[in-house]
Design a protein around this ligand. Structure first.
Ligand code: NAP
Length: 484
């Protein structure tokens, strides 16, 4: 399919109660290509009344969907999985157009996103309870797991499909209905997903999609509505904090997947070739616009220079371009604000004494491109080490001891993921245990896996997505005490 056919195929309206309808105000929202800054299309721009209509639809569908046989819930998920697998190239092109990532990365994300639908299609039939004897033998204790109820799912722009299916998959499997609010910069992948679920036979009202230019104004009234039972949010810590507070006004169930500031530790005994290969992925996947992106590279002093030199050489080989161009390795950043913020962090590091081994600035011309950058001699006080970079910038700091590396790695308010490269088993386990994070990549740069629990500690959030844990976020445990 051509670019315009792919864009033409996406529904451009709100998906509410099983129908595609314009915003009540008839307002439109433009979606742009970050590689050119040019508009791709316009879609419905929802207001408060549309969001409330979506919640009403989710509420009305809840009882029947919660009672829907788990096997059938799983089979609808499986059908959606198969439809996505057939359309992987179109969906990858669509994602690349709205978000900028290369086609290869977009295909990878579509496959990863889709795997959550397969995984949770299998989990739908494994929602367990228990029946036990009370310790004094006089009663029986029955527990069951029931759907939490209508959910509000808010997703970011950096992984337009995967951040959605990681929530939608378990919510559907658990028997929850939902209102999904994708990011305004990348709503098209989510609208395409809505169409796929419609084709897969999902009953009307179970999944509702609301696109808007004013996220706060549209979602805020939902927090006052007793029909809403859960919030699952993926995005920045700053917005997550606000929404978590708001959700507590009505004591909603809450899951929070927030920002990161991952440290990547390379010890002297590491396989350096492997560490460099994996660092390229941990750093440059999604142009560095990932919550799991390696933000700070701590490398043992004896190998730090060689590591930096070889990493810079690898980065210099990368081709920047429009994601949909098959020759592109690295696409643009999402917008001018993000590109300028990345440059501000690099400039701050340089002003504090950092050396630029490669890159160091944006590309001239249209689009929001930033050159893959390696910095050495980075001062501990540099903002590039304390703030989430969200760009293709690798700041390298040399360390002398394991204790020093660990202290630096843990010296952050975030706790999403850490990476460790070493061939010493004792050290590997010691450091993996000591990292104050929800996840660790041990000799690997992209440990995300559908079958594993993804999530953070500290200000990176709480709750887990994927794995056996993922569905629990959408289930409440009910206990029935039985007198004998
Ligand atoms: P963001 O600005 O926090 O936005 C995330 C989502 O929240 C978007 O849909 C956004 O809508 C919406 N939003 C913003 N303000 C809101 C408000 N007041 N009320 C309700 N919704 C609101 O984050 P982002 O820039 O899209 O994404 C990047 C961040 O996400 C990074 O910090 C990254 O680390 C984090 N992230 C975390 C994970 C994880 O699993 N831990 C995964 C991916 C990304 P609009 O975009 O339409 O304004």
């Amino acid at each position: 399919m051509t670019e315009s056919e792919v864009i033409g195929d996406v529904p451009k309206e709100l998906f509410i109660a099983g129908a595609w309808r314009p915003a009540k105000s008839a307002a439109r929202l433009a979606v742009e290509d970050p590689a050119t800054g040019q508009p791709l299309c316009e879609i419905a721009d929802a207001g408060e009344a549309d969001a409330l209509a979506a919640l009403a639809a989710a509420h009305d569908a809840q009882a029947a969907w919660g009672a829907h046989p788990p096997r059938e819930r799983g089979e609808i998920l499986r059908r959606a999985f198969e439809l996505i697998a057939e359309r992987i190239d179109e969906l990858a092109m669509l994602m690349s157009l709205e978000m900028g990532k290369s086609l290869a990365e977009a295909r990878g994300e579509v496959a990863y996103a889709n795997d959550f639908l397969r995984w949770f299609s299998e989990e739908a039939v494994r929602i367990r309870g228990s029946y036990t004897t009370s310790p004094n033998g006089k009663a029986r204790l029955l527990t069951m797991r029931q759907p939490v109820g209508p959910c509000l799912l808010i997703t970011p722009w950096n992984f337009p499909l995967a951040m959605g299916t990681r929530k939608i998959g378990p919510a559907l499997a658990a028997g929850c209905t939902m209102v999904v609010k994708p990011a305004k910069q990348t709503p098209l992948s989510m609208l395409a997903l809505g169409k796929i679920f419609q084709e897969a036979g999902l009953p009307a009202g179970v999944l509702n999609i609301v696109t808007t230019s004013d996220a706060g104004a549209v979602t805020d009234p939902l927090f006052d509505d007793p029909r809403l039972r859960k919030l699952s949010f993926t995005g920045s810590t700053e917005v997550g904090r606000l929404l978590a507070k708001r959700a507590m006004d009505r004591v909603l169930r809450v899951s929070m997947e927030l920002g990161g500031n991952a440290a990547l530790l390379v010890f002297e005994d590491a396989d350096l070739e492997l560490a460099i290969d994996q660092t390229m992925m941990a750093k440059l996947r999604n142009m560095g616009e990932a919550c799991t992106s390696a933000n700070r590279l701590y490398v043992a002093a004896p190998v730090a220079d060689e590591f930096a030199r070889r990493l810079a050489a690898r980065m210099e080989q990368l081709r920047l371009g429009r994601g949909v161009d098959p020759d592109t390795d690295v696409g643009p950043l999402i917008d001018a604000i993000q590109r300028d913020k990345v440059h501000e962090l690099v400039t701050d590091a340089v002003e504090r004494g950092a050396t630029v081994l490669t890159g160091g600035g944006p590309l001239d011309g249209p689009g929001y491109f930033y050159r893959p950058t390696v910095l050495t001699n980075v001062a501990d006080s540099s903002r590039v080490l304390t703030e989430e970079i969200f760009g293709p910038v690798a700041p390298i700091v040399a360390f002398d001891t394991e204790a020093e590396a660990l202290a630096k790695a843990n010296d952050t308010e975030y706790g999403l993921i850490g990476y460790v490269f070493t061939r010493d088993l004792g050290r590997a386990l010691r450091v993996a245990e000591a990292l104050d994070t929800g996840m660790v990549g041990l000799n690997q740069g992209v440990p995300s896996n559908t079958a594993a629990p993804f999530g953070g500690v500290k200000q990176s959030g709480f709750g887990r997505e994927g794995g056996a844990e993922g569905i629990e976020e959408y289930l409440s445990v009910k206990y029935v005490g039985i007198g004998m």
